[in-house]
Ligand binder design. Structure first.
Ligand code: SF4
Ligand code: SF4
Length: 96
């Protein structure tokens, strides 16, 4: 199943200069946001990032940063578990 979120809202940040090419980010990301080619990772599907933080926790080079568990992505994930309508608390009904 392919999930996508609002465009250009993820807080995902990546510094390619720090990348060591270990491939862990691509391995742990549930949505295929990263791909490793050659000796560096690159972001191939940024808008699919759900800000789970798995890549950040596994990157040995501290090349990735994300505000995990915030905003619409977190609200959508929570709604999957609770079965309730997503609400990120921003007050915009169309937001999530
Ligand atoms: S986990 Fe970090 S060091 Fe490893 S490939 Fe990904 S960005 Fe590069
Ligand atoms: S935060 Fe989660 S979804 Fe986003 S790129 Fe990292 S592992 Fe993938």
């Amino acid at each position: 199943m392919k999930h996508s979120y609002l465009k250009n809202v993820t807080t995902l940040a990546y510094d390619i200069e720090k990348c060591e090419g270990c491939g862990l980010c691509a391995e742990v990301c549930p949505h295929g946001v990263f791909e490793v080619k050659g000796k560096r990772a690159r972001i191939v599907d940024r808008d699919s990032c759900m800000e789970c933080g798995a890549c950040v926790m596994n990157c040995p080079a501290e090349a990735i940063a994300v505000n995990a568990g915030t905003g619409c992505a977190a609200a959508i994930i929570l709604s999957w578990f609770t079965g309730k309508e997503p609400s990120c608390g921003c007050g915009d009904v169309e937001c999530c």
